[in-house]
Design a protein around this ligand. Structure first.
Ligand code: F6P
Length: 546
């Protein structure tokens, strides 16, 4: 990071935004080439940011900013296996998971490509055996249901991908248990038959309390129904901590590993993707990887001014830092991406929700925004009111496929597309007081009533949105989309000058939860804790049924 150049360009961006604010509506009227210049594509995937309040000067300055921050050099360092995760002294190589068998990089003496290919082959053999019924349960029945027990990165990726690839499911049903709340595992297991259920315990560290507690519960469920000796047939594990898995009692041939250079939130591409692979088959899973690899190559080789992750990152950073937008909404007009916002919350907020810069000093700019969303059209009937007329400007990211998987429901897909386009158009165009008045008078409303009500029907407009359009949500496209977002988070992290690959902020709460367990169990008292926590504990103990 060339700090002085960066700060100078940042000041120029602020100055440019104040001196020459862009009204997107006027910009479209004045410039027939606007859409072509402020959109870019990679194959059949299109990124359109022309409805954001940027102009040529903005994009030019953002390009220079990326240069001053050293985006390309840091990108190359990541792909080369440098230890860019400095606080944990680790390489960051999730990209290698989608390039199995590739030559290099050799990291800390490890032939990464060969190891990735070996695990993928082992997963494929196991997935095929489960899918074909060869690896059945203890009583010989074929597996019909998989329960993946994991949380955070060991849950959100596989859950999201499983839902997204529903049209490709031809294997056992995949269920997911993450929450320590016993209700989650209880309700999941309730509908299942232990004889035909495979439990996958997914935990990078194999210490996470939620996962280990739920795994014990699942083990008791199997043992109670089928006996202790059945456990081996009904469990598999995914972890980097092979010794701890062995201690839990899962046979080594049912354990699939990964490495410390894969962050939890970047891990769906490897063994953590096992439930997805069992559900859709190894071939479809490899298509997912191939799509992500294609986006890696795009990110690595295409100049920044046409590079989709770089552009998404630069515009995202512009909204967060220069426009001071506190949040961004991700709205997939794609029901099967219903968990994408939750997945992106971890990817983005755990990566870029940081206050300390790489040099250990407080960061110089705001960092990652609040990321949230729900699928459209549902969101339109819930929170879009705030997006259109609320007092904060929240940039919106729309994702939509030109085609659905249901040819017989094409009309419904066209309605979905029309709604998606309508929302981005409405955010941009808005409606003036005069337009509201004319419309109401045309409907025959009395002039006095029109004066009273019209101000409520005004939309300020000029509200930014980005649209990501693709042909069809097939496995390869999904892989490209996820990798697009991963690299966008990376680019923004470089611009914030932070380490996007650690997550120290989740530790304190975990430590305190361990201390508080004996207190809520009534085995220790709350003396010495703050009055609020002590008061809450007292009430819990009074309300608890013994
Ligand atoms: O809560 C933070 C976190 O460490 C995430 O980063 C991770 O994805 C999740 O917990 C689960 O961790 P593990 O896979 O080690 O159980």
């Amino acid at each position: 990071m060339d700090r002085s150049s960066f700060d100078r360009i940042l000041a120029e961006l602020h100055q440019h935004r104040t001196a020459e604010p862009v009204d997107v509506r006027a910009a479209f009227r004045a410039d027939p080439g606007r859409f072509a210049r402020f959109s870019a594509s990679d194959g059949d995937m299109l990124l359109d940011w022309s409805k954001c309040a940027v102009d040529d000067a903005t994009m030019d300055l953002l390009g220079k900013l990326a240069g001053a921050a050293g985006v390309e050099a840091r990108r190359d360092a990541m792909f080369d296996g440098a230890h860019i995760n400095i606080t944990e002294d680790r390489a960051v190589l999730h990209t290698a998971l989608r390039n199995p068998g590739a030559e290099g990089p050799v990291v800390d003496g490890q032939d990464v490509g060969a190891d990735v290919a070996a695990v993928l082959d082992a997963m494929s053999a196991f997935a095929d055996a489960v899918r074909s019924g060869k690896a059945g349960g203890a009583t010989g029945k074929a597996i019909t249901d998989i329960v993946n027990i994991g949380i955070g990165g060991s849950d959100l990726g596989p859950v999201m991908v499983t839902l997204a690839l529903a049209p490709y499911h031809d294997g056992p049903r995949a269920h997911y248990v993450s929450n320590i709340d016993g209700a989650h595992i209880h309700d999941t297991l309730q509908g299942l038959d232990p004889e035909t259920t495979l439990v996958i315990v997914a935990s990078k560290t194999f210490t996470t309390v939620e996962t280990m507690t739920n795994a014990e519960t699942a083990r008791r469920w199997i043992e109670t129904a089928l006996g202790k000796e059945a456990v081996g047939h009904h469990f598999a594990a995914v972890s980097t901590a092979l010794d701890r898995v062995a201690a839990f009692g899962i046979a080594p041939e049912r354990v699939f590993g990964f490495w410390d250079w894969v962050g939890g939130r970047y891990s769906v591409w490897g063994a953590i993707g096992l439930p997805v692979m069992i559900a859709v088959g190894p071939q479809r899973f490899r298509e997912l990887l191939a799509g992500a690899h294609a986006m890696d190559e795009h990110f690595r080789t295409v100049p920044l001014e046409r590079n989709l992750p770089a552009l998404l990152g630069l515009v995202g950073w512009w909204h967060r830092v220069v426009c001071a937008c506190p949040a961004r909404a991700v709205i997939p007009y794609d029901q099967r991406l219903s968990r994408l916002p939750a997945y992106l919350q971890q990817l983005d907020m755990e990566s870029n929700g940081k206050g300390t810069a790489l040099d250990g000093k407080p960061v110089a700019t705001p960092t990652g925004p609040l990321v949230w969303g729900e699928p459209g059209t549902n969101g339109q009937h819930a929170f879009f009111q705030l997006l259109h007329q609320g007092t904060d400007i929240i940039p919106v990211e729309f994702l939509v496929a030109a085609n659905g998987h249901e040819p017989e429901l094409k009309h419904q897909h066209d309605l979905l597309l029309a709604n998606c386009l309508a929302q981005s158009e409405a955010l941009m165009k808005g409606r003036t007081l005069e337009e509201a008045r004319v419309q109401m008078l045309a409907k025959g409303m009395e002039a006095a009533k029109v004066d009273e009500i019209a101000p409520h029907r005004v939309f300020s407009g000029n509200r930014p949105s980005i649209t990501i359009l693709y042909r069809l949500l097939d496995p390869a496209t999904l892989g490209r989309l996820i990798a697009l977002y991963e690299h966008r988070v990376f680019v923004e992290g470089v611009l914030y000058n932070i380490n996007s690959f650690d997550q120290w902020g989740v530790e304190l709460g975990k430590e305190l939860a361990t201390q508080l367990l004996p207190v809520v169990e009534g085995k220790e008292n709350a003396a010495g804790r703050d009055a609020s926590t002590a008061g809450l504990v007292e009430h819990i103990l009074q309300l608890k049924e013994r």
